[in-house]
Structures are given as C-alpha cells and as structure tokens.
Design a protein around this ligand. Structure first.
Ligand SMILES: C[S@@+](CC[C@H](N)C(=O)[O-])C[C@H]1O[C@@H](n2cnc3c(N)ncnc32)[C@H](O)[C@@H]1O
Length: 248
C-alpha cells in the first residue's frame, strides 16, 4: 500500500478536498441519516459533512491520513480501514467519497462492499479520476522512469462513464448520474507545483530513488510538459473527473 504524506497533502494539495465541496452540495441535509466518507484522507470533507448530518464516519486505509484527521478534528469518528474490507451490513444511508476510488484497483470488490454497507434505497455519491485523467503527466513520468530502466508501479483505476455505469449495474446499484468531464487543475507553488504533485501522488515510485534521480525526473517532466501544462505563472494539471450518483 502507498504511504501518504499527510502534511504535504494538507499544505499543498488541499485543492483536492476544495473541489470536493462542490460534490458536497449534492448531499441532502437530514440530521438522522448516517454517512460514511470513504477514503476521507485528512478529514476536511468528513468534517464538512457534519453540516448534513450529525452521524458521520470517516474511513481511510492510511494511518498517516487518519492520524492527521484525528488531530485536526478531535471527537469525530475516524477509522483506519481498507474500503474493500468494511465490516458493516445495511448500515449507512449514504456513502460519500472524493478522489479515493481511483486508488483502489479492485473496483468490483469495492462496489460489492459499498452495496453491502448501504441500506436499501441508500445512496452512493462519489467523484474520482476518469479515463485519461492526468494522461500527459503519466506519459511523461513513465517515459522518465523508462529512461532509468524502471516501470511505474502506481496503478490507478480511471474508467470511462460507460464502463462505470455497467459496473454499477452489475453490482446492483442503479446509476442516477454517471458523468465524466475535464477539470484542468491549477497547482500551488508556481514553478514547484508539478514536482510537489509528483512527489505526493507518485511517491510509491519515487521512494526508493536517490534525490538526484528524482530531480532529473522532475526536470525532464517540466521540460516535456511546459508547452501543454504551464500557463505562464502556474502548472495546470490535466485532470478528468467522473461523478457518480447511484442508489441501492
Ligand atoms: C487523494 S486522497 C483524498 C482524500 C479526501 N477524500 C479528500 O477529498 O481530500 C485519497 C485517499 O484514498 C485513500 N485510500 C486509498 N486506497 C484506499 C482503500 N483501499 N481503502 C480506504 N482508503 C483508501 C488514501 O489513503 C487517501 O487518503
């Protein structure tokens, strides 16, 4: 499993959760509903979900992320757990998830688990990376790794809307909305934005490399991507998202 740097996430990549606020607007307000925030990270959206209900649980596989969430939002219910191994049955009215599903390679297992923990009529509201998400970034990263004799081992699940719709149906979840769209995403920190991003999200590939090799990869990527993703003052990552609403 990938190690998450919770401080780097909280300081430089809080845009991930900021974008998730828009997804929150689709969550109905109802004090008696029970909500799970799946892959909650450092807990910003889990905390924001308290505006919708008083019964909110945050779950994440990373002890670092949950440690940070507990520190930031003491008193809230956070659990370290793999989403494919959730223990509940017919328990939640709503499963919410932002920017987490694409990190989970076994989507069938994940959706079966989501189905199981939802009550009948319960709802899944999630958003994550769609087909061709960060395609240019991935291509250049892969090319740089290849030059030093390595292949990437960070695996993502980025489906098309059609593919995901049929996976939901296969699991017994009725899709109300499955929409994919481009969402160019500005990165913080001017010239360092891209390398910060690569450090965070490709850390599984970088962790065994020397700092010299990492710097070389960053420089190669910056050169290759400048024309497409540098807007003169910041890096703008080529994000594509898929937004899903489905009912059990
Ligand atoms: C980019 S973060 C998003 C965090 C948060 N939802 C937000 O919007 O800021 C992705 C999170 O998914 C979590 N994750 C990845 N695989 C998981 C799994 N199998 N079960 C639970 N969480 C997982 C990671 O640990 C990480 O915290």
């Amino acid at each position: 499993m990938m190690d998450w740097n919770a401080d780097l996430y909280e300081n430089k990549h809080d845009f991930v959760a900021e974008y998730g606020r828009d997804l929150l607007s689709h969550v109905p307000e109802n004090p008696s509903q029970s909500i799970l925030d799946l892959g909650c990270g450092t807990g910003m959206l889990t905390h924001a979900l308290l505006e919708k209900s008083s019964s909110v649980v945050g779950l994440d596989a990373s002890p670092e992320m949950i440690g940070k969430a507990r520190q930031l939002y003491p008193g809230m219910d956070f659990r370290v757990m793999d989403a494919c191994r959730m223990p509940w049955n017919n328990w939640f009215d709503l499963v919410f998830s932002n920017a987490a599903f694409h990190w989970i390679p076994d989507q069938e297992k994940l959706l079966k688990a989501v189905f199981r923990i939802l009550k009948p009529q319960g709802k899944l509201i999630c958003e994550f990376g769609a087909y061709h998400n960060i395609l240019r970034i991935r291509e250049t990263f892969q090319a740089s790794l290849k030059r030093i004799g390595l292949t990437p081992n960070t695996r993502f699940y980025f489906p098309t809307a059609e593919e995901y719709r049929s996976l939901l149906e296969q699991t017994g979840l009725h899709p109300e909305l499955v929409l994919d769209f481009d969402r160019p995403t500005p990165l913080k920190d001017g010239p360092d934005g891209l390398r910060n991003w690569v450090r965070q999200f490709f850390c599984a590939d970088l962790k065994n490399l020397t700092e010299k090799k990492r710097s070389r990869i960053f420089k190669e990527m910056e050169e290759a991507l400048r024309d497409d993703l540098w807007d003169g003052s910041q890096w703008v990552a080529d994000y594509r998202r898929i937004r899903v609403m489905a009912v059990k």
